[in-house]
Design a protein around this ligand. Structure first.
Ligand SMILES: CCCCCCCCCCCCC[C@H](O)CC(=O)SCCNC(=O)CCNC(=O)[C@H](O)C(C)(C)COP(=O)(O)OP(=O)(O)OC[C@H]1O[C@@H](n2cnc3c(N)ncnc32)[C@H](O)[C@@H]1OP(=O)(O)O
Length: 716
């Protein structure tokens, strides 16, 4: 709702009430409409201030309402009515003015903000555009070029930047409502025509068409199939070229298309998934709201390879003192040189002051004795990690949290060699660790709620999306990747080329297909894991069935030929020398595949794009259902957040489990059954998937509840 009060001196104050962010729900819109009417009718009122309760102006339209029928007064006429008021109206912006919240402020004649306020039109991140006049008013206020930047990126700006851009009239370090009240009193009675943004022309550069074309091609390239950024540019083209009323018509038309698109639903689901995973719960009953996190101020990182260096930077950026340990002298010397530069660069990128002197480098493990938390990031080798954990357990003071950055090894085995297994958790970062948003926090059967809460809290401080996951080989992300990679290799055996597979996946929206990705991360990573698992190596027969399952030795043979990917200049593609980045098809690979097929009596067939997507993605999704069934992830949102934030799953497709819901569970089941083969267990449909289909395929938002019920009734 919104409340109305009359302040001494003829100012009406309208306050939005809808915790936590005063989103513009039907009740709030109704409250505003009524309050504005009252202010208009009251002859004693000469000016109006609109503000939000609890120091937050407004977080925009109420996203939860988008899923249901539109009730209450519509936003667009409400906003027009405010602009048309013949008494000065000011927005007093504290906290946030985002999306519809900023559009409400743009309808006001003046905008006064607190210096800590944040403003923006982030609709594009929800698959929408600023559809309450924002796409037409903002460019009229700050010019086309700046509006294109804000609206197509959806980025939040500080009050200082908003003042510089001309969005705000005044910024204060004191109370913004008091200043706004004082301000509107001083301007009461003055003409308002020039303050009504809808009446102004849109300031454009002389080469407006070339600017719009340039931005359009940039967003198309960046957004890989996302509709909203393209629609935003179209709306801004209308603002630049059409009178306001026609621009609004275009805005409405574009908004209607976006509103009904699956992409908007996917992006809104992704918004809420990100928040759901923060409210973690473990099978033991420990939860985010009943477990206490420790506040860490001193930490250590063991191992300064690529991952360790990134983790040091991520910790240091939060202001934590870090002891960075590397026992190999050469690696230590290089890290001591490179890490400070990385820190400075990243701090600059985030517009932070570089925290001075928080990192100390050492080659001695004894130097971690005083820290509160250690993150081990040594080579992915169990015997080495066990050695490190044993050592840490004796060196660190009692109560120190011991975390491993393993990407899939058994956390419980590591915990078992320490004196306090409850204080051991996995903190699985993704490369580059100071940039990538995802953090898998892996709990073992003995990890304490305090250890999980601390790792999750630390992740949040580092700006990560932390997802609590159970302990199993590969955890969630890498476990699901295995069947995906496996299918991609099988497709090569059957007649596809690396480029064909990659193009299908890139067309779907992944930034990189599976083979370009392998080349980037190095083919030897998986090779080493397969050797450890006894799947390849000296003495293992070169057949296409290993350990009772279909197996493709193709990637092993690539490694044996010295083709490890970008680092060797050759992998599934060829590059301009070692470290090259531009992937070109390599005739060598085509001959290699033909020879391989001939040796194994395989006849290449033509494979459709649809089959590539189905086999790769449905195999991955099926493993997602197995993971839910095994309670390794608490809900589909956890899996989806992992894939969106760590594995390049296109955000506008919500995540693999959301995608399964969109495609239809019945169809996924039917296609898995069709592709399934006795020696490819990953394609055998999971029991959970079957049970969901049998229950009428409830929507993804209901799966968590369904799984819990099935578990109670021992059906899973
Ligand atoms: C049928 C055809 C019709 C076609 C015609 C269509 C015409 C329709 C006209 C509609 C016009 C709409 C116009 C408008 O342009 C659209 C919008 O405004 S979309 C919304 C834009 N706003 C945002 O994107 C802001 C989203 N929120 C945030 O970024 C952050 O939440 C925050 C505000 C910066 C606060 O961050 P934090 O402090 O970290 O807190 P949380 O993020 O954890 O949030 C706390 C809590 O609040 C919930 N929440 C936040 N914002 C909203 C919101 N806008 N609506 C609903 N709920 C919101 C969030 O989910 C958390 O909830 P909890 O998890 O605690 O339950």
């Amino acid at each position: 709702m919104a409340t109305y009060s009359r302040l001494p001196g003829s100012v009406a104050l309208i306050t939005l009430h809808n915790p936590p962010v005063n989103a513009l729900s039907a009740a709030v819109r109704q409250g505003i409409v009524d309050a504005v009417q009252r202010a208009l009718k009251d002859p004693k009122v000469t000016s109006v201030v609109i503000c939000g309760q609890n120091g937050k102006f407004c977080g925009g339209a109420d996203i939860r309402e988008f899923a249901g029928p539109m009730l209450g007064p519509p936003l667009v006429p409400m906003i027009h009515a405010i602009e048309a008021v013949d008494k000065p109206v000011a927005a007093a912006i504290e906290g946030v003015a985002l999306g519809g919240g900023l559009e409400l402020a743009l309808a006001c004649h003046y905008r006064i903000a607190h210096s800590k306020a944040v403003l923006g039109l982030p609709e594009v991140t929800l698959g929408l555009l600023p559809g309450a006049g924002g796409s037409q008013r903002l460019p009229r206020l700050i010019g086309l070029t700046a509006a294109l930047d804000l609206i197509t990126t959806g980025r939040h700006v500080s009050a200082a930047e908003a003042l510089k851009l001309g969005v705000l009239d005044q910024v204060t370090d004191s109370n913004a409502v008091d200043l706004a009240v004082e301000f509107v009193r001083s301007v009461a009675g003055q003409p308002l025509d020039s303050r009504r943004l809808s009446t102004l022309p849109c300031p454009c550069p002389p080469d407006v068409d070339s600017l719009l074309d340039k931005v359009m091609s940039k967003v198309r390239q960046r957004s890989r199939g996302a509709l909203a950024p393209v629609a935003c540019v179209r709306a801004l083209r209308a603002a630049a070229s059409l009178p306001y009323a026609q621009g609004m018509e275009k805005e409405r038309e574009l908004m209607a298309t976006l509103f009904n698109s699956g992409q908007a639903r996917a992006l809104q689901y992704a918004f809420f998934s990100q928040r759901v995973v923060g409210k973690w719960s473990l099978p033991s009953g420990a939860r985010w709201d009943n477990s206490t996190a420790r506040i860490i101020s001193k930490a250590a990182v063991i191992g300064l390879g690529t991952m360790g260096r990134g983790i040091v930077v991520a910790l240091a950026l939060t202001g934590i003192s870090v002891v960075a340990v590397e026992t190999q002298e050469k690696q230590l010397a290089e890290a001591s040189r490179v890490v400070p530069a990385m820190l400075q660069r990243e701090a600059g990128r985030r517009r932070l002051a570089t925290p001075p002197g928080v990192i100390s480098f050492s080659s001695n493990l004894q130097d971690v004795s005083e820290v509160e938390l250690v993150i081990e990031a040594v080579f992915e080798d169990m015997s080495l990690k066990l050695q490190v954990f044993k050592h840490l357990s004796s060196v660190c003071r009692p109560g120190t949290l011991l975390c491993s950055n393993t990407s899939g090894l058994d956390i419980d085995q590591l915990a078992a060699v320490t004196q306090s297994p409850g204080l051991v958790v996995g903190m699985h970062f993704f490369a580059p660790a100071h940039v990538m948003k995802l953090l898998e926090v892996v709990y073992g059967p003995r990890s304490s709620p305090e250890a999980v809460a601390t790792a999750m809290q630390l992740g949040k401080r580092m700006g990560k999306v932390g997802v609590a996951v159970g302990n199993c080989p590969g955890f969630v992300g890498n476990r699901m990747l295995k069947p995906y990679l496996e299918q991609a290799n099988f497709l090569l055996e059957e007649g596809a080329t690396p480029r064909q597979v990659d193009e299908a996946l890139e067309e779907f929206g992944f930034p990189m297909g599976v083979f370009r990705m392998s080349d980037l991360s190095g083919l030897d990573v998986g090779w080493r894991i397969r050797k450890e698992a006894g799947l390849t190596g000296p003495g293992v027969e070169s057949t296409r069935t290993r350990q009772g399952r279909r197996y493709s030795p193709l990637p092993d043979q690539m490694c044996e030929a010295g083709r490890l990917g970008q680092k060797t200049g050759k992998g599934w593609y060829q590059y301009d020398g070692p470290g090259g980045r531009v992937a070109r098809s390599d005739p060598w690979v085509h001959i290699f595949l033909e020879t391989y097929r001939a040796e194994h009596g395989l006849v290449a067939r033509s494979i459709t794009l649809e089959e590539i997507l189905e086999r790769c993605l449905y195999a991955l999704i099926n493993e997602g259902f197995n993971i839910l069934q095994d309670a390794v992830a608490a809900g589909p949102e956890d899996i989806d957040a992992i894939y969106v934030f760590g594995y390049g799953w296109p955000r506008h497709r919500g995540g693999p489990m959301f995608h399964a819901d969109q495609v239809g569970l019945g169809r996924i089941l039917q296609r898995l059954n069709q592709h399934s083969h006795p020696d490819v267990p990953h394609l055998k449909p999971s029991t959970l998937l079957r049970r969901l289909v049998a229950a009428g395929s409830p929507p993804v938002q209901k799966w968590r509840e369904f799984i819990n019920k099935e578990r109670v009734h021992s059906q899973l």
